[in-house]
Design a binder for this molecule. Structure first.
Ligand code: NAP
Length: 293
């Protein structure tokens, strides 16, 4: 931890709850690596307290904040500007101090894309099956379209939500279809749509700790269609979805790099720096250790 003095600039995470967040660990490691006079803490802002907190922190010249559940949409009212990704997703996870007020950004989308690049997963021209249609799936789907996927089959327990999600984006050149989350149906439909292998991106909350023996799809025929299985869950490090995919011969990845790279992108925005993959590796190791502990 840096020495804190009268020049130290304050950064933090705003959410409710925030007690399990790894952001303070990771952001303070980056602050240390870059030798900045800054400090980052998690702020548990109770319901109804967002506006006062955000306005007060601007008056106090705090440097910036990450924003998490449940404030990613509500915080938009407090901004003087919003970047393209945040506008497209209707959700802000990063605030940066400007003289005029808070500027808002969404780093979930660039975080997902940098994680794919770091893992060497290309979606260009690929068949992608997206599982889930919640808040995280929105940023992921925007990323899948930007990466240039050829086809997206979007499956959700509630199929209407998958249709709503697809309908939010323009996706020229990418064929889309929705489905209900039924492994037998998905496997059959994936085979009908393309003889090429598929990449699955798992964005439901099924399989998260402590429900580590659950997966959104369990049918082997679904997994046999996959060459890559990307789960955005990061705890546990290996979900049942990932294990089933690996047993069927696919490469599997968890969501830790997405988590870490969205934080890294926030850090880059706040401090006008570029974090290299080598520097990111140190942060990733720390994140991995924190989940093993
Ligand atoms: P969310 O908005 O609550 O969405 C939850 C999704 O899971 C919905 O699609 C929901 O389907 C589905 N679901 C929930 N229970 C289910 C069940 N029993 N069977 C089938 N589907 C079920 O949550 P979120 O914010 O998108 O987060 C989803 C996951 O992503 C969480 O595990 C979270 O930890 C992870 N995440 C990771 C990162 C990262 O950086 N790696 C970032 C954000 C989130 P319905 O629509 O039918 O309810």
């Amino acid at each position: 931890m840096q020495n804190i003095d009268a020049q130290t600039v304050f950064y933090g995470l705003i959410g409710h709850p925030v007690g399990h967040s790894r952001s303070p660990l990771l952001q303070n490691e980056l602050i240390r690596q870059f030798g900045l006079n800054a400090a980052y803490m998690a702020m548990n802002v109770e319901s109804g307290g967002l506006k006062d907190f955000v306005q007060g922190m601007h008056k106090a010249h705090a440097g910036g904040f990450n924003v998490t559940v449940p404030y990613k949409k509500d915080v938009i009212e407090e901004l003087v500007s919003i970047d393209e990704a945040a506008q497209m997703l209707g959700a802000v996870n990063t605030l940066k101090y400007t003289d005029k007020g808070w500027a808002g950004y969404n780093t979930d989308l660039p975080g997902f894309r940098r994680a794919l690049a770091y893992d060497g997963v290309s979606l260009k021209g690929k068949n992608v099956v997206l599982l889930g249609a919640g808040g995280a799936a929105m940023a992921v789907l925007a990323g899948i379209f930007q990466e240039g996927a050829a086809r997206v089959l979007a499956a959700n327990r509630t199929e209407e939500k998958a249709a709503e999600l697809i309908g939010r984006f323009e996706h020229p050149g990418c064929m889309t279809e929705t489905a209900v989350m039924d492994g037998k149906y998905l496997a059959k439909r994936m085979g009908e749509l393309s003889a090429e292998p598929w990449t699955a991106v798992q964005c439901t909350s099924v399989g998260m700790l402590p429900h580590t023996e659950e997966a959104p799809v369990t049918e082997p025929e679904f997994y046999l269609r996959l060459e890559t299985a990307y789960d955005i869950i990061f705890n546990p490090a290996r979900t049942k979805f990932m294990r089933l995919a690996a047993e069927a011969g696919a490469k599997d990845f968890n969501g830790l790099r997405m988590l870490v790279f969205q934080g890294i992108r926030s850090f880059e925005i706040w401090h006008n720096v570029k974090v290299t993959d080598e520097q990111a590796l140190e942060v990733l190791k720390l994140a991995e250790e924190s989940f093993r502990a």
